[in-house]
Design a protein around this ligand. Structure first.
Ligand code: PSV
Ligand code: MN
Length: 422
């Protein structure tokens, strides 16, 4: 059962639908002059979906502090309900990605039923060997899959294989692996040896991967390792994926690059070699990877989607951000809208004309062709898609009107403060 009363959404929509119809018609006329059929764009919009991260549903923190939100979820069942609220209002995020051991339950099959009952299914499962787990024998302080210590490596491999087993019970089809392995000091480890050990461990995990699964290798430039990171960039990631085999693909987290990196070109390269497996969406200004998607550089997001649409690529899409100040439900709704909006704008690119200008080396007209799509206000298409799918024309207004968070603050215990980067 959906968590919010559907009539609340319908009531909210009633007051907004006449204006939406008008805006949608007007945009339809504008697009028709550009030979674009708004209905076919609407159909493609309705077909687009992405996953929510379980860890993004609680409030995150910085290295210095975490300020709890009354009513925030504190366990996977409550996170599932909040995810279902997002899906009910926005209708674009029907899947949730779990992270183990954070979300571990004794009966994953029952959790799957609990999710399905609320309109949700499970996307990629994520392993965690960047922290020590309670009761484990070896520490990850000096690395996990690439550790010099054989016990740590064996334990990390076993954890990943356990994640696959849990994921099978949940109906997942992919394992995302991000490790924090690396060094803080030159000379601390052999750069070559660390990658060799990683490859050895990754092969063991790959061997346990079902045939219809993908293994998503996520790179990150730095943090927690500040001198060298074992899987630091897309180059290392694609080499690893190529070494492992067809089921291994690269996972690009937008925030995991040096400022100024041409991420759309990274995406294009990975698509070209059949190795783009997933995208984690977020935004960043300096060195973090946790701001709301599209809040800093929406143009870059559009350019990433331009590559995806040009090449008809549909990797595993997931939001991966941390909400320190805002209500996670609101941030995730707004971020999902930014992502779908970029997808829709990329659909509006006049590709035949763009190619003509590229062939003619008409630089100004080529770039203006892209710009024209980017500058189109597609919000009526996004709102109409939500309305058609049973969601809210204005999801934030509907969420606030629902009183969900205030009600949950009466039922749920207050989460702990402290510091907590997720
Ligand atoms: C690492 O920064 C990351 O992007 C990986 O996807 C992790 O699994 C996730 O964030 C949660 O910490
Ligand atoms: Mn990520």
């Amino acid at each position: 059962m959906a968590p919010l009363p559907q009539e609340l959404i319908e009531r909210q929509n009633q007051g907004l639908s006449a204006a939406l119809e008008e805006d949608f018609l007007a945009l339809g006329r504008t697009l028709a002059r550009r030979n674009i059929d708004i209905q076919s764009i609407l159909t493609k919009t309705l077909d687009f979906s992405l996953a929510l991260p379980s860890w993004g549903l609680g409030v995150g923190g910085t290295r210095f502090a975490r300020f709890p939100l009354p009513g925030e979820p504190t366990n996977i069942h409550e996170k599932l309900s909040d995810a279902a609220v997002i899906q009910q209002l926005g209708r674009a995020t029907p899947r949730i990605s779990l992270h183990f051991p954070w979300d571990k339950v004794s009966d994953p099959a029952a959790l799957r039923e609990e999710a399905v009952a609320q309109g949700m299914t499970f996307d990629a499962v994520n392993s965690n060997t960047f922290q020590d787990h309670p009761g484990q024998l070896a520490t990850y302080k000096h690395g996990s899959l690439s550790a010099v210590n054989a016990e740590a490596r064996t334990q990390a491999v076993a954890h990943n294989i356990e994640c696959i087993a849990l994921g099978r019970k949940l109906g997942s089809k992919a394992l995302s692996i991000w490790i924090g392995d690396g060094t803080n000091f030159p000379g601390q480890q052999s750069l070559t040896g660390a990658l060799d050990r990683y490859l050895h461990s990754a092969r063991e995990i790959y061997a346990a991967l079902p045939d219809d699964w993908q293994m998503l290798v996520e790179h990150k430039l730095y943090e927690p390792a500040f001198y060298s990171t074992v899987i630091a960039d897309w180059g290392t990631s694609i080499l690893v994926a190529q070494e492992l085999g067809a089921k291994a693909r690269c996972l690009v987290d937008i925030g995991h690059h040096a400022p100024g990196t041409n991420i759309e070109q990274v995406v294009a390269r990975l698509i070209r070699f059949g190795k783009l497996g997933g995208l984690h969406f977020n935004d960043s200004k300096y060195g973090d990877d946790d701001l709301d998607t599209g809040s800093i550089d929406p143009h870059r997001l559009f350019l990433v989607f331009n590559e995806l649409v040009e090449n008809s690529a549909r990797p595993h899409f997931m939001i991966d951000q941390s909400h320190n100040l805002t209500d996670p439900i609101e941030s995730l709704l707004v971020s999902a809208e930014a992502i779908i909006g970029s997808f829709v704008r990329a659909l509006l690119v006049d590709r035949a004309t763009l190619t003509e200008h590229q062939v003619d080396n008409d630089v100004m007209m080529a770039t203006r062709t892209l710009r024209r799509a980017y500058e189109t206000d597609v919000t009526p298409i996004l709102a109409m898609a939500r309305l058609k799918a049973g969601g809210a024309i204005d999801p934030i207004a509907a969420f606030r009107a629902s009183g969900w968070r205030a009600a949950k603050s009466q039922e749920r215990p207050l989460a702990r403060p402290g510091s907590d980067i997720v």
